[in-house]
Design a protein around this ligand. Structure first.
Ligand code: ADP
Length: 570
């Protein structure tokens, strides 16, 4: 319901209610006031007539009294009745008294004789109409001689009152009409600018800011329009700012080297930049699945992953002959993928790897020859001092050969052409065999070995790499344990194989743990030199585990020991 209708309905209802109320009360009080006035007139008339008739009441003559009454009544325009104390009618202005019955039982006559004044409104059987009566006794000292009664037809009174009511009613009707007109004028002056403001806001919602605003003299609405104007100009400014920002962002996105693609929740392309277009070989891209235009199963897998996880992710993808780091982020209504071309980096990395591998290969042959000569020298030279130099040379040569071997192993793993030689591997047998290799060294150091394997666990793996992994871990366990024990445990846990290699050795300080799988990372350099450590052993282990789609974790406490936990798929 509009404001105008609402105010009108409420206002008119209230006004009508009070109008009816006032009308009822006022018409009642007017009517009673009028009757009271007429009664007092009738009383004055009765007093006048009483004084006139008093001398005739000692010996009343009906003829005389009746004719006097008739004459007076004509002048006063009221009905006059005169009765004696017995109630016998002596004169009446409307009827012949001889035809009238005794009036002694009339209430007003009785009251006049007994109380000195009688009033009543009642039906007159004599004239067959409702009348207003006033009766006064005619007295001679204390003695009642009769009663004079003046009366008026009530119909006349009612006619007058209804006339007054009619006027009153018309007056209220007029008041209502004037009130309605004033109200409609007032509400229209309020609603008109509000309606215009409403229309202007609708136009603004359609991005049309060139709208004319209404003018008004009403202070509150004036303020509202002023605020609306300020708000409109702020919104316009804001939209201009957003547009400028959007244009800037668009230019950046279009000129950026990285391929950018925005998809909906299902992976269908919504927005893309020219760089992304160059990655794909298709022309029409929007609306298609982004992995479809890239022709990459891995891209689809990446999408499924990010859809499931709540975090942003980054993954390396090979598309055609190029390599990309694809970072993906969530948007309220979809996803954004940024493709960074890392092909040149990959090429540099490959060249570096090839260089290291070639150098290692080249160095391996002369070093092996040196090692051979050193060993010959060791047999030939008898001098004690020379022998100690030869031993140092031998140890350092062996260390260099080990480093080269480890470097070659790592570059072999990193070669994209490298393939695992998958066979059925009985882990229990393999671990027992590997532990045997270290029996002598453990004995020399006074360490005990522990081995536990619930059953014969066989997995699909490269047996050589599995052995290498165990050798590296057991070798470290012995190297970094001075007393106590080392051990290997193999079990099935959560449908996976869990291989644990542990010791009661020196442990790894917490701050070093995140870095021990890095190449050439050693916790204590001096100790590494002593043990002949290269800092490459754990790096090789990690590569082997990852090549088998496994996972490796370390738990260690300084002074208590270390535990490497490897999980491999069954
Ligand atoms: P390294 O050939 O020097 O042993 P690794 O890559 O095998 O190189 O190990 C890296 C470093 O991790 C080691 O230098 C050593 O400090 C630490 N580390 C490895 N295994 C253990 C272990 N079982 N106990 C204590 N420290 C260890």
């Amino acid at each position: 319901m509009s404001v105008f209708k609402r105010i009108t309905v409420v206002f008119i209802s209230v006004l009508a209610f009070f109008t009816i109320l006032i009308f009822i009360f006022s018409s009642r009080s007017i009517s009673s006031h009028y009757i009271n006035t007429i009664t007092s007139y009738l009383e004055s008339d009765a007093i006048l007539i009483r004084n006139l008739l008093k001398p005739m009441m000692e010996n009343p003559d009906i003829e005389e009294i009746d004719s006097i009454v008739d004459r007076i009544a004509q002048g006063l325009n009221v009905r006059i009745t005169v009765v004696d104390v017995s109630g016998k009618v002596l004169g009446d202005s409307l009827k012949d008294p001889r035809d009238m019955e005794n009036h002694g039982n009339r209430i007003e006559i009785k009251d006049a004789l007994n109380k000195g004044l009688g009033k009543s409104i009642r039906y007159s059987t004599t004239v067959d109409r409702k009348m207003l009566y006033v009766a006064l006794p005619i007295k001679d000292g204390e003695k009642n001689l009769g009663v004079v009664r003046t009366s008026l037809f009530l119909k006349d009174v009612e006619t007058i009152v209804s006339e007054v009511r009619k006027k009153l009613f018309l007056y209220f009707l007029f008041t209502l009409l004037v009130a309605f007109l004033m109200l409609s004028f007032l509400t229209r002056t309020i609603t008109k600018p509000i309606n215009e403001l409403n229309r202007a806001s609708k136009e603004m919602a359609k991005h049309n800011f060139e709208v004319s605003l209404p003018e008004t003299s009403i202070l509150e609405i004036k303020e509202l329009i002023k605020n609306f104007q300020i708000m409109a100009s702020k919104v316009r400014e804001l939209i201009n700012e957003i547009n400028a920002e959007r244009d800037g962002l668009k230019t950046i996105i279009e000129n950026i080297k990285e391929g950018i693609v925005v998809t909906d929740k299902n992976g269908r392309i919504v927005i893309l930049n020219p760089s992304f277009k160059t990655i794909t070989s298709s022309d029409i891209l929007t609306g298609r699945f982004f992995w479809e235009v890239l022709r990459s199963v891995e891209a689809k897998e990446l999408f499924e992953e990010i859809k499931k996880s709540q975090k942003s992710e980054a993954k390396e993808l090979k598309i055609g002959n190029n390599f990309f780091i694809v970072s993906c982020g969530r948007l309220p209504e979809g996803f954004v993928f940024v493709f960074t071309d890392i092909t040149p980096l990959k090429q540099i990395e490959r060249t570096k790897r090839e260089l290291i591998s070639n150098i290692s290969h080249e160095l391996k042959t002369p070093l092996t020859a040196i090692k051979g000569f050193v060993e010959t020298l060791e047999d030939v030279v008898k001098d004690e001092d020379a022998q100690s130099f030869i031993r140092i040379m031998k140890r350092q040569t062996e260390r260099m050969i080990k480093i080269l071997k480890d470097i070659l192993t790592l570059s072999k793993f990193e070669d994209s052409a490298f393939q695992l030689n998958i066979e059925k591997v009985n882990l229990k047998e393999l671990a027992e065999r590997t532990l045997k290799l270290f029996e002598k060294r453990m004995k020399e150091k006074g360490l005990t070995a522990e081995f536990s394997c619930e059953e014969n666990i066989t997995i699909n793996a490269d047996p050589e790499l599995m052995e290498q992994m165990l050798i590296n871990l057991i070798d470290n366990a012995i190297n970094y344990t001075e007393k106590g024990r080392i051990g290997v445990s193999i079990k099935i846990f959560n449908s996976k194989v869990k291989v644990e290699v542990f010791d009661t050795g020196i442990g790894i300080p917490e701050e070093h743990i995140p870095r021990i799988f890095e190449r050439f990372y050693v916790v204590e350099k001096s100790r590494a030199k002593e043990t002949g450590g290269t800092g490459l052993g754990l790096s090789i282990v990690k590569h082997i585990v990852l090549l088998h789609n496994g996972d490796i974790k370390v738990e260690s406490k300084v002074g208590e020991g270390t535990r490497f936990i490897i999980t491999l798929p069954l």
